[in-house]
Design a protein around this ligand. Structure first.
Ligand SMILES: [Zn+2]
Length: 474
């Protein structure tokens, strides 16, 4: 090789290293998004960027870059590029009429990753497999399998769907954990009726297998004793009982009732405990007690599902676009939701008691101030959570609770990736990260509702423009 060529090759390597290989990647990129404002919760705002994508990965993020001969180019002028969103709390099989439609609905709304937080194995395993078929256009999916419940099971398949399985003793818990690990679940979801002994074994078994843990605070325990052992908690469930005055007495009362000598079904027993202690605990809020609880949650992602907890404060069916939302759903679900929401509009009492919704917003505000990490999840499809659409409502509620728009984005991108130890892979827009992206026509930092202005989505490197996104929805 002549000396000059060696030098130019060397200088290319140098430039390539300094400029994230933008010049090198240009010639082979499959996709270039040009002159776009890039926003992510780690790197902040970067204007006038060209983002290149190749083979499912981001290969360049560089100012005023040249698209070269990229196979496909998108003009990002005046537009905003954010990482693909997560819905961190989803039930793919809760309503099987929606299962097949969900993947398309999520992508249609910019959700490129979902976490299924509970479903029976015979249903959820095939549903997950269908989304993971090589080449299929679908969000990334992570799943827990069944809710790991206690001696009494809330979702027992009798008066509620069979989402849960029983762990009456530590031996059963160990056997169930071995089975779930064999099946290949991505994490474990602990439910409300487990005993402290079973809880300890589930934590031990999950840690031994490197599986992250999610759950509701078990009624037999205090939130401050649960938080440090799990990586995420849902719905703020039962946290109010440890934020109240005299939490020891409340715990003793719950433990007594959980002995359940009359064999009350799990779902009924749980409802009784909630009715007995939830609103009274909210009324007996004790700032000092709650401070200790929040401290225990310092590293536990809280997924408050505010759109569900505070449904009465912002009912989805009172939004002007609700008709369009229903139009995207399968006809039988649409008809059912329309009928129920019509009845609710005419004044269902439980939707109008906003005490718990207001408490939930207040508690998320406190958590946010205390630096507790927040995750964005919806509980789709429970409580009129239209797949995909409802995540944007959750982002709005997080901002209403006190998060900045950037922090709301963080809750739907960075924190979910952290839960699965995937921070090096996803959640930000950087060279080497997976190419899951959402192109918006308005700035989400000006107004979080602008996450709804989706012009295009990139999922696993594949560009879907508006027309293609709409074609994913029946
Ligand atoms: Zn759920």
């Amino acid at each position: 090789m002549p000396k000059r060529s060696i030098l130019s090759a060397l200088s290319f390597v140098l430039i390539c290293t300094l400029a994230s290989c933008s010049s090198g990647a240009t010639s082979t990129a499959e996709l270039a998004i040009q002159n776009v404002t890039v926003i992510d919760a780690v790197n902040g705002v970067r204007e006038g960027q060209t983002v290149l994508v190749n083979d499912g990965r981001i290969t360049a993020v560089a100012p005023a870059g040249d698209a070269g001969d990229a196979s496909e180019t998108v003009d990002g002028t005046g537009r905003y590029l954010i990482p693909g969103l997560w819905d961190f709390h989803v039930h793919l099989t809760y309503d099987e009429r929606l299962t097949d439609a969900m993947g398309g609905l999520f992508l249609n709304h910019g959700i490129t990753s979902i976490r299924d937080t509970g479903g029976p194995l015979d249903k959820v395993v095939p549903a997950v497999a269908a989304l993971k078929v090589e080449g299929v256009t679908a969000p990334r999916v992570f799943f827990a399998g069944p809710l790991m419940d206690g001696e009494h099971v809330v979702y027992d398949g009798v008066d509620r769907p069979a989402l849960g399985i029983g762990n009456p003793d530590v031996e059963t818990a160990r056997a169930n954990m071995a089975r779930l690990a064999d099946i290949g679940v991505d994490f474990i979801k602990i439910y409300e009726m487990v005993s402290p002994e079973v809880f300890a074994v589930l934590v031990e078994e999950a840690q031994a297998r490197g599986l992250p843990m999610d759950g509701h605070v078990p009624l037999s325990m205090r939130a401050r004793d649960v938080g440090p052992h799990v990586q995420s908690l849902e719905h703020l469930r039962n946290i109010e009982m440890d934020c109240a005055a005299a939490p020891e007495a409340l715990l003793a009362e719950r433990q007594r009732l959980l002995e359940n000598p009359d064999g009350i079904p799990g779902g009924t027993l749980r409802s009784r405990l909630h009715e007995l202690q939830r609103l009274s605990s909210v009324a007996a809020y004790d700032e000092q007690n709650c401070g200790a609880v929040l401290e225990a949650m310092a590293n536990t992602i809280q997924v408050p599902t505010l759109r569900l907890n505070a449904l009465g404060l912002q009912p989805p069916f009172e939004r002007s676009d609700w008709g369009a939302v229903l139009d995207k759903l399968p006809a039988d679900v649409r008809a059912e939701w329309q009928a129920i929401t019509e009845a609710s509009r005419q004044g269902a009492a439980q939707l109008r008691d906003n005490t718990f919704g207001e408490w939930s917003l207040h508690l998320v505000g406190l958590m946010h101030e205390a630096g507790v990490p927040i995750g964005a999840g919806t509980d789709t499809p429970i409580g009129f959570a239209a797949p995909g659409y409802s995540l944007h409502s959750e982002l709005e509620m997080l901002v209403r609770a006190g998060l900045s728009p950037m922090e709301a984005l963080e809750a739907a991108t960075v924190h979910p990736a952290e839960f699965f130890s995937l921070s090096g892979e996803m959640g930000t827009i950087e060279v080497g990260r997976v190419a899951d992206l959402v192109l918006l026509s308005a700035n989400p930092l000006d107004d979080i509702t602008n996450t709804r202005t989706i012009e295009a989505v990139v999922t696993k490197g594949q560009l879907l423009r508006r027309a293609e996104l709409d074609a994913l929805v029946r």
